[in-house]
Design a protein around this ligand. Structure first.
Ligand SMILES: Cc1cc2nc3c(=O)[nH]c(=O)nc-3n(C[C@H](O)[C@H](O)[C@H](O)COP(=O)(O)O)c2cc1C
Length: 139
C-alpha cells in the first residue's frame, strides 16, 4: 500500500553544502533500493521532506530520520494513503528554498519567509509541484 509522509524539521548545526550533499547521496541510494521517492526542501534553517512509498518502508525510514542528530523538532505534517505518487521520477529531489522567487512562496504560504511549522501539508505539496513544473527541483 502506497503512502505519503510529509514532515518539517529544524537544522541543528550549520548544514553546509557538503553535509547536504552527503544526506542526498546516501538517501538516493537507500531510497532507490527501498522503492521510496520524494523531495527534500531546505531553506537554510528548516527542512521539509516528502516521502512516498510502501507504508512499511516509509515508516521505517521516517523512524531513522527522526533520530538523525543533524536536525531537531521533527513535526509530522501528513501521513496518508495515496493512489499514485507525485514524485515517481525522484529518488530524492532537492529544492533550495532560499533561491525560490518570493512571489512563488507567497502564492501558497502565509508569508514569503518559509516557516513549515505554520504551513499546511497541502500548501507545501502544491508549492513543490509548482517548483517541479518550473524545473526548480534538482534530481
Ligand atoms: C533532513 C534529512 C533527510 C533525510 N532523508 C533521508 C532519506 O530520504 N533517505 C535516507 O536513506 N536517509 C535520509 N536521511 C539520513 C537518515 O537520517 C540516516 O542518517 C540514514 O538513513 C542512515 O541511518 P543509520 O545511521 O541508522 O544507518 C536524512 C537525514 C536528514 C537530516
Amino acid at each position: 500500500m502506497l503512502v505519503r509522509l510529509i514532515y518539517a524539521s529544524e537544522a541543528t548545526a550549520a548544514i553546509t553544502p557538503v553535509v547536504l550533499d552527503d544526506i542526498l547521496r546516501n538517501s538516493r541510494q537507500y531510497n532507490q533500493e527501498h522503492g521510496i521517492t520524494g523531495v527534500l526542501c531546505f531553506s537554510g534553517t528548516a527542512f521539509v521532506q516528502v516521502l512516498e512509498g510502501d507504508r512499511g518502508a516509509v515508516s521505517k525510514l521516517y523512524n531513522r530520520i527522526v533520530k538523525d542528530g543533524r536536525h531537531q523538532r521533527v513535526e509530522l505534517l501528513e501521513f496518508s494513503e495515496i493512489s499514485e505518487r507525485h514524485f515517481a521520477g525522484w529518488t530524492m529531489g532537492q529544492v533550495n528554498l532560499a533561491k525560490i522567487n518570493p512571489a512563488i512562496l507567497l502564492r501558497y504560504l502565509p508569508r514569503a519567509e518559509f516557516d513549515p511549522y505554520s504551513c499546511s501539508s497541502q500548501a507545501i505539496l502544491k508549492l513543490v509541484q509548482e517548483l517541479i513544473a518550473t524545473a526548480a527541483v534538482n534530481k
